[in-house]
Design a protein around this ligand. Structure first.
Ligand SMILES: *[C@@H]1O[C@H](CO)[C@@H](O)[C@H](O)[C@H]1NC(C)=O
Ligand SMILES: *[C@@H]1O[C@H](CO)[C@@H](O)[C@H](O)[C@H]1NC(C)=O
Ligand SMILES: *[C@@H]1O[C@H](CO)[C@@H](O)[C@H](O)[C@H]1NC(C)=O
Ligand SMILES: *[C@@H]1O[C@H](CO)[C@@H](O)[C@H](O)[C@H]1NC(C)=O
Ligand SMILES: *[C@@H]1O[C@H](CO)[C@@H](O)[C@H](O)[C@H]1NC(C)=O
Length: 238
């Protein structure tokens, strides 16, 4: 009885091996235990072959083992979360770091804003007894850039507002922000992608991959494959 089972097991392992071989090294990876899972259409640079992902979805692990993405026309951003089902990537704009208040430029990337790009103007306001301007409306506070003497806020760019800002507020920078359903853009920005389209695979619990093997030149057409082939059983950390 036992032997029969073992034989069967060995037999099925041999059967499965050729299937698993092709894209065996495309099993999900991550930069660390609490970091987002990286799988198609994303690929971990240097650790996964190109065929594991799609052009423009290149992830790397930074020195702190944080999941990072380079947007060609702007900067490198920490990836907080990836929703494969909703096809949304959440990045940390890192506005709280010195000199990091810059536009996220999604040109030449597969990503787009959920809704639109909104221009915001950042002001550095010295905290005085001038309370004539009501800060509680139509602005986003940045406590991380503020101290007891100054307070940094972002306001939707508007010539009228600019003229009517109290003189205690100095204009810092005007940037474009991808506005998502998450209005707290100071800590997280949402970007969506449409191609490759894997939502239907994801909702069926299946794995998505490119239909053809000439990945970077392909049109992003995908197929769903079962995850039950031992390929997607465990996540490797780097
Ligand atoms: C990053 O991960 C590697 C391997 O898991 C580990 O040796 C290293 O200490 C980590 N570095 C940091 C900064 O957490
Ligand atoms: C992104 O970069 C392109 C090319 O340099 C430029 O034309 C465009 O205005 C930039 N967009 C934003 C939001 O900065
Ligand atoms: C500022 O606006 C808020 C909400 O619109 C209001 O509740 C508050 O009384 C206003 N404060 C001042 C000082 O006008
Ligand atoms: C805001 O202005 C104050 C006073 O000029 C300055 O000390 C502070 O560093 C500024 N804050 C930022 C984030 O630039
Ligand atoms: C605020 O300004 C006062 C007086 O100039 C200074 O002594 C104090 O260190 C400043 N506080 C901060 C947090 O910069």
């Amino acid at each position: 009885m036992e032997k029969k089972h073992i034989l069967l097991l060995i037999f099925s392992l041999f059967l499965l091996k050729p299937i698993a071989d092709a894209k065996d090294n495309c099993s999900p990876v991550s930069c660390g235990p609490n970091e987002p899972e990286i799988r198609f259409p994303f690929r971990l640079l240097g650790r996964q072959s190109n065929e594991c992902g799609f052009s423009g979805f290149d992830i790397f692990c930074d020195e702190q083992n944080k999941t990072s993405i380079l947007l060609p026309l702007s900067l490198t951003y920490i990836v907080n979360k990836i929703s494969y089902l909703e096809q949304v990537i959440y990045i940390d704009p890192e506005f709280c770091l010195p000199n990091r208040i810059v536009s996220v430029n999604m040109t030449n990337t597969p990503f787009r804003s959920h809704l639109w790009m909104q221009s915001y103007t950042f002001y550095n306001c010295s905290v005085q007894n001038d309370q004539s301007f009501n800060f509680s409306d139509a602005n986003v506070p940045f406590p991380c850039l503020s101290n007891g003497n100054s307070s940094v806020i972002a306001v939707e760019t508007d010539p009228w507002i600019r003229v009517h800002m109290p003189s205690s507020c100095k204009l810092m920078k005007t940037i474009d922000v991808p506005v998502g359903f998450n209005s707290d853009f100071g800590s997280q920005l949402e970007m969506i992608w449409f191609t490759p389209f894997c939502r239907s695979c994801e909702s069926e619990g299946k794995a998505c991959r490119l239909k053809s093997d000439n990945n970077d030149n392909s049109d992003g057409e995908t197929i769903c494959v079962s995850r039950g082939k031992g390929i997607f059983l465990c996540t490797r950390y780097f």
